[in-house]
Design a protein around this ligand. Sequence first.
Ligand code: ATP
Ligand code: MG
Length: 344
Amino acid sequence: MAMKALPLPTSPDGDVTDAVLTVTDLSVEFQTEHGRVRVLDGVDLQVPSGKTLGLVGESGSGKTVTSLAIMGLLDRRVGRISSGSIQFEGQDLAALDARQLRRIQGAKISMIFQEARRSLDPVFTIGDQIAESVRIHEGLSRREAWKRAIEMLQLVQIPDAERRAREYPHTFSGGMCQRVMLASALASRPSLLIADEPTTALDVTVQAQMLRLLRTLQEEMGLAILFITHDLGVVSEMCDRVAVMYAGQIVEEGDATQVFGHPRHPYTEGLIQSLPESAVARGRLAAIPGSVPPAHAWPQGCHFADRCRYAVDACRSGPIPLLSRDGSATRCIRADELSLAGVR
Ligand SMILES: Nc1ncnc2c1ncn2[C@@H]1O[C@H](COP(=O)(O)OP(=O)(O)OP(=O)(O)O)[C@@H](O)[C@H]1O
Ligand SMILES: [Mg+2]
């Protein structure tokens, strides 16, 4: 399905800011017991360079599949990109072969995720693991790579980096493992970092430190971040722009403050109302009844219609496009007539 591309974010004086990553009409299909099922359905995303785009949505909406498709890490035995393009620094990643992709992934685009400890090999020292990844991507000598590893550990504020580089992962706490994974991800100086729920497993204090560190490094390195999370609080703290995902589609996109203050899609309103501090949640009403249907059962029209209190017949009559206006976009045909409640 062809869809209108989102407008580029504009700066206050109206200049178009450049995007480091532009995903257009991306669809991904999986081979499942229900046959071939489309789990991403025409996803449009733009990550402005040096800025953070938050990608939010309930479990099963397709956030991780989106990041895997961008990284070229979909399991090709079951999943494939069936349409769309992924423009990154002048190349369409969706059209590259595995060998070409490997050169970009991990070097110019890096990823961190929830299970930091699992990303580390228990039989190698921390320093060796970081050094090995820069040796692969940049062809540095053993000595130079080790030096870079120490620098990276210092950059992510691991105390006593030279000594700790010679230690094994089991001596590191969960929060420290996250820092090591970040050090490794940033060692090749990527221009885009994809962070998939990087702080979800951490306790609140450690999470706050990690987010602060990410923001500092972003400024120092001019890094663009695609930040995937369930947590709207984290998004409003971390993100310049936000894309809200529901059942394989982006349903709303815009400036983070604007989207949370004045949502233009009923699903976004529901997410805001399910925040613990919202009046609806305090009254223990379900802000969004039901759950995300499985991909093989998504309806023809608006994917959200069956859970939407504002749905009318027209919402179910056929595919709803993502309509953009003034630097933001919504996939709700009633957006202009509804006045949806934002964060107060
Ligand atoms: N290998 C696979 N085979 C078939 N279906 C898959 C596969 N991986 C993911 N899916 C389906 O794709 C959809 C999106 O899953 P995804 O993991 O991207 O969700 P998510 O938004 O990251 O959720 P969460 O918040 O729980 O991490 C789900 O319906 C899931 O069942
Ligand atoms: Mg996920």
